[in-house]
Design a protein around this ligand. Structure first.
Ligand code: MN
Length: 320
């Protein structure tokens, strides 16, 4: 459980590894997949045997990454690296057996629990892909167009297309360097920020219908049941963007979306405005995440009770 604060050291250690599995969080987003994909491809380029390990299929929109994912038996890995994984409990259930033996963690979550033998955490990076960009530079591994696209995907994803306050001058600098590789940035941004399937619009309609306000409209919460999701035939992964719907309502300071999982439990996503720490709210329920975006799980109970439970805690926490 030690901390590495120098990326040069990470580079040195990676060079000494072989037969590596790369793991990331369940419901992987662009940053998780971009980090895993680019690191995998980079290490393969210098002759390492590496696979990304998943328990579930990844969302269809990320299909271009599939070649790098190990669905067969590799061999038992000698090393395990995690990327964009704040805590080992966020691994897919089928990967929990690796949780206790992660050698290296490369992450940008402020809430990272330092579960690996060696932990490199830079919470000033808007996206984990920023760290991977620096790392490959240090290692002298040249980016190709696919890698530049993977990194751009992670950065634009975690900054909400360069809108969130985690965006820095360095974020733009790296994005500019990536654009020199002739990447399809416009297509990527359209695909991830504008295009919506009819099914997603249907699930959004349900969210708007279920919207509930607390604390003088400072809190807005909504939910979708597992039945809603399966009735519409939606792949659970496709719902990622719905978490930010309540916080877009004018005057709302804390937004939450409760999404029921197949187990009946609810995955709660918290979004906050500047000045309110979403991570602190999620921590009250044993969750975590970023300053303005965090999450936690709640047991299978009537959703009205859960909304009330969470809003009461937030009201108390905020002194509202
Ligand atoms: Mn990330």
């Amino acid at each position: 459980m030690s901390i590495i604060s120098n990326l040069n050291e990470v580079a040195q250690i990676l060079k000494s590894m072989d037969y590596i599995y790369i793991l990331t969080h369940s419901f992987p987003d662009g940053d998780a997949l971009g980090s895993a994909f680019v690191l995998c491809r980079a290490l393969q380029k210098i002759g390492k045997r590496v696979r990304i390990k998943f328990d579930h299929d990844i969302p269809r929109k990320f299909n271009f990454l599939n070649d790098y994912i190990d669905h067969d038996n590799f061999k038992p890995p000698d090393y395990i690296i995690s990327v964009d994984l704040a805590t080992d409990s966020l691994l897919d259930d089928g990967l929990q057996r690796y949780a206790s033996r992660i050698d290296m963690c490369i992450d940008h979550h402020f809430s990272n629990t330092k579960y690996a033998s060696l932990n490199y955490i830079d919470s000033t990076a808007s996206a984990n892909c920023e760290i991977i960009y620096d790392l490959l530079n240090i290692m002298g591994i040249e980016l190709d167009k696919e890698m530049a696209q993977g990194l751009y995907l992670g950065i634009t994803g975690d900054t909400g297309c360069f809108r969130y306050s985690n965006t820095t001058a360095k974020t733009h600098y790296i994005a500019a360097k990536l654009m020199e590789h002739d990447i399809k940035f416009s297509e990527i941004n359209d695909k991830f920020f504008s295009l919506k399937s009819k099914k997603i619009l249907d699930i959004e309609r349900i969210l708007y219908q279920n919207m509930t306000y607390f604390a003088d409209n400072k809190i807005a919460m909504s939910y979708v049941t597992y039945k809603n999701i399966t009735d519409l035939g939606i792949d659970e992964h496709e719902c990622d963007g719905i978490a930010s719907i309540p916080i877009r309502i004018e005057g709302v300071q804390v937004g939450a979306v409760f999404r029921q999982k197949s187990t009946g439990e609810y995955k709660v996503s918290i979004r906050t405005i500047e000045g309110i720490n979403a991570n602190a709210i999620a921590s009250m329920f044993d969750g975590g995440g970023h300053y303005k975006a965090a999450g936690f799980n709640l047991p299978n109970e009537p959703v009205e009770n859960l909304l009330k439970l969470v809003s009461d805690k937030i009201i108390e926490h905020m002194n509202w």
